[in-house]
Design a protein. Structure first.
Lengths: 293, 333
């Protein structure tokens, strides 16, 4: 493997890892703060990818914008969707056992998949990256790297930074962190914890949908894509330590590297490497790499 | 002595299952055989989740190992002896469960769920990506095992009654087991492991024994599944199946053995119902939608699962004041 190939694989693993982090961060937030196991989180990623495909003509006709207008419209829709879902399905699940939550969100997966099938069909679609980002960068003498993949990494990094800022440097982040430690205490201090949870849930959904939209031109859009992502994201969340954003970031990057280089060096065993990694880490540290505070 | 309602219910279920082949054709027999296999599978998980409080998300691996053992160990052109093939398949699944349990019981909660998933995925990739298991195409079982001239499992009816007998045996075995000292210790571990340790129980061997037993029972279900279809493929070990069986027992109601039975039947029959073109016409191909909505409705309306339905009705009839009566005990199978 020469230097250019190595560099390309590094960039690929970074991009894949950051994308995983985006989806997994919503999952770890919703689980860590609200205590809800949300199996339907992968569906939000799938919905995002299908939005990037299906919204494009409608958005172009109404607002005249391209890919970026789709991103904005899609994110707004996602926040609304998350807000509504929390109100309709999740708000009464908090007192229930985890297994009831698993059952409910499993039902939601089935519903989302079929609604998608009814609305858009079961075909595999490609999504074109916007023209400005469609080019490639030369790497070495013969290799090139698509600009769009760098853009994906950039967007993910920006969002990760944004999340870090909101969590550690704002009043809202402080309330959310306090709410995850002691719900009743925060409520008695006069903070509307129900509204806070609804905001966290909507944000988690929006981030997953955004990840799906941004990933669509790289990964194409296909039925069942949400379930694949869901399982890998649970792996990320568990390796990182439940509720820990920092852990999720590290775990996602680790999995990005292991998966990408695994496909290059041991293609026949690439699928199982991630799970071997998880088993080893959890046998070494039964609570994940970073136990949430 | 009066018989209690749950016991009457279970006896009535087994009576109905025994009489069923008189009433339905080969399609019904085949369908119910499949559901009974799933019921055994669900019972194996109920032992872990309901009795010991260990949520395993890799149960399909043991199911698949039982199925693959049945096919791989059968001679190509003559019937294998049931007397050795069945125990060997069960032991193969139990041995893998012993290894997985020994490692994964170090973790707890969601971490335990994910480690069991990881080990199941490893087994999945062994049969999926190595020549051992025939890859994605799977392998066929041409001659089904027999027990001399007494039982030949090639016939659909013979297999039906063999599966029914296995289901009944599993049910009785678990019902007795949960009433034993071992079962009480598991219940104690589920409620408060720390306290159990403080009272002098070494909890790890109990949990490991439950995990191994559960793997063996799942192996039995897999063995029967391979015999029914005469075919195995890696999908038997996929996490979708581990998830489906978990959904079955939650739907039925955790903490009762009969919940696993009810859940397996409800899940499979709901699927058949929403898939039926006679009722839904062209919409039947979107059967996932109906199934998903039915599951959501179950969560919203039945917090204790289907098994809690009679109690809910009773509460509504008698009024809430008298519902403070003691909760049904776990062992009221």
């Amino acid at each position: 493997m020469d230097l250019a190939t190595f560099l390309i694989q590094c960039l690929n693993s970074l991009q894949y890892g950051l994308l995983l982090f985006l989806v997994a961060s919503g999952l770890t937030l919703i689980f860590g703060i609200m205590g809800v196991i949300n199996l339907a989180h992968g569906s939000f990623y799938m919905i995002g990818a299908y939005m990037a495909f299906a919204l494009a003509p409608a958005v172009a006709a109404t607002f005249g914008g391209g890919f970026f207008a789709v991103l904005v419209v899609g994110t707004v829709l996602a926040v609304l969707l998350g807000y509504l879902l929390e109100w309709a399905f999740f708000s009464f699940l908090y007192e229930r056992e985890h297994l009831q939550q698993v059952l409910m969100t499993y039902g939601l997966i089935l519903v989302f998949e079929e609604l998608r099938s009814l609305a858009v069909g079961d075909d595999v679609h490609g999504v074109q990256p916007p023209d400005i980002l469609a080019g490639t960068l030369p790497l070495g003498d013969v290799m090139t790297y698509p600009v769009y993949r760098l853009f994906v990494s950039g967007v993910c990094l920006l969002l990760a930074l944004g999340m870090w800022f909101v969590f550690t440097r704002t009043r809202l982040g402080m309330m959310i962190r306090a709410g995850s430690t002691n719900r009743e205490m925060v409520q008695s201090l006069g903070i509307d914890i129900k509204f806070l949870y609804r905001v966290v849930f909507a944000a988690g959904v929006a981030i997953a949908v955004l990840a799906g939209m941004v990933a669509a031109p790289v990964s194409s859009v296909y039925p069942g894509m949400g379930n694949t992502v869901l399982i890998i994201c649970f792996v990320v969340v568990v390796i990182g330590g439940i509720g820990s954003i920092r852990g999720a970031l590290l775990a996602a990057l680790l999995i990005g590297v292991v998966d990408t280089f695994g496909k290059v060096f041991v293609p026949q065993a690439a699928g199982v490497l991630v799970y071997v990694l998880m088993a080893l880490i959890l046998l070494w540290k039964p609570d994940g790499l970073f136990k949430a505070a | 002595m009066t018989m209690r309602a749950p016991l009457v219910f279970v006896l009535a279920c087994f009576g109905a299952l025994a009489a069923l082949p008189l009433l339905t054709g080969s399609y019904g027999v085949d369908l119910v055989t499949k559901i009974m296999v799933y019921a055994i599978f669900a019972l194996s998980l109920e032992l872990l989740v309901g009795a010991a409080g260990l949520v395993c998300f890799g149960q399909a691996a043991f199911f698949g190992i039982g199925a693959y053992a049945a096919v791989l160990l059968s001679p190509a052109s003559e019937a294998a002896g049931l007397w050795w093939l069945l125990p060997v398949s069960i032991v193969a699944a139990a041995l893998y469960a012993l290894a997985v349990g020994a490692l994964s019981l170090r973790t707890k909660g969601v971490y335990f769920i994910m480690v069991t998933l990881a080990f199941a995925q490893m087994a999945y990739y062994v049969v999926h990506d190595t020549p051992l298991g025939g890859g994605t195409d799977g392998i066929y079982l041409y001659v089904k095992p027999a027990l001399g001239s007494l039982i030949d499992l090639d016939g659909a009816l013979t297999l039906y009654f063999f599966t029914l007998a296995s289901l009944a045996a599993t049910f009785v075995f678990l019902a007795v087991l949960l009433r034993s000292r071992f079962g009480r210790a598991l219940a104690g571990i589920r409620v408060n492991e720390q306290r159990m340790r403080a009272t002098g129980f070494s909890t790890y061997p109990y949990k490991l024994a439950a995990f191994t037993l559960s793997g063996g029972i799942a192996g039995l279900a897999g063995f029967l599944f391979a015999l029914k279809d005469g075919f195995v493929n890696p999908e038997l070990m996929s996490w979708h199946l581990s998830g489906a069986v978990l959904i079955m027992i939650i739907l039925g109601g955790i903490g009762h053995l009969r919940g696993a039975l009810i859940g397996a039947f409800a899940f499979a029959l709901l699927q058949e119902f929403f898939k039926s073109e006679a009722i839904f016409g062209a919409f039947a191909k979107h059967w996932h939608l109906g199934l998903g909505l039915a599951i959501i409705a179950c969560v919203a309306l039945l917090p204790r699962g289907l098994v809690g339905l009679p109690a809910q009705w009773r509460e509504r009839l008698v009024g809430r004041s008298r519902s403070a009566a003691p909760q049904e005990a776990l062992n009221e199978a």
